[in-house]
Design a protein around this ligand. Structure first.
Ligand code: FES
Ligand code: FES
Length: 158
């Protein structure tokens, strides 16, 4: 067992766990954060994405031993702070069964608050780490592009 200290959604966390417990397991079993889901479990579907130090990462591939000192943001925090992202996904025809959405939210936040200027191709490329089996990735790409062009809509909720 190891003790690890890190931050999740602005909350300082200390846990004792096996070094190879995944962050995805920690989120659900120790912190009751269930929006990052298990899909493929091997880094191919993006449904478990979180931000670590601002970068989108598949939480199914990150282990407790890698977490000391990092800052984690989950889709719970992102959706609460920027509900406009989910709204845009809905307006562009995404969010049908909802399974993939938390992953897209996480990647969209990273794109929208990046210092890099993302083009449509860049967004498509970034979202290739995600799979929406209902609508395909197109609505999420278009919604994120729309928000990039209308950043004034991104007012922090809390
Ligand atoms: S469950 Fe992590 S990438 Fe698919
Ligand atoms: S909305 Fe169903 S998988 Fe994306």
């Amino acid at each position: 067992m190891i003790k690890v200290n890190f931050t999740v959604n602005n909350r300082a966390i200390t846990i004792e766990t096996h070094p190879h417990t995944t962050l995805l397991e920690i989120l659900s079993t120790k912190l009751s954060l269930f929006k990052s889901k298990i899909g493929c479990g091997n880094g191919s579907c993006g449904v478990c994405s979180v931000l670590i130090d601002g970068e989108p990462i598949n939480s199914c591939l990150i282990h407790a031993i890698d977490l000391e000192g990092v800052i984690v943001e989950t889709s719970e925090k992102i959706e609460g702070e920027y509900p406009q992202i989910l709204k845009a996904f809905e307006n562009f025809g995404g969010v049908q069964c909802g399974f993939c959405v938390s992953g897209f939210l996480v990647s969209a936040k990273a794109i929208l608050f990046s210092e890099k200027i993302f083009t449509e191709d860049d967004i498509r490329d970034r979202f290739s780490a995600h799979i929406c089996q209902c609508s395909g990735n197109y609505p999420y790409i278009q919604a994120t592009l729309y928000l990039l062009k209308n950043k004034n809509l991104l007012i922090k909720n809390r």
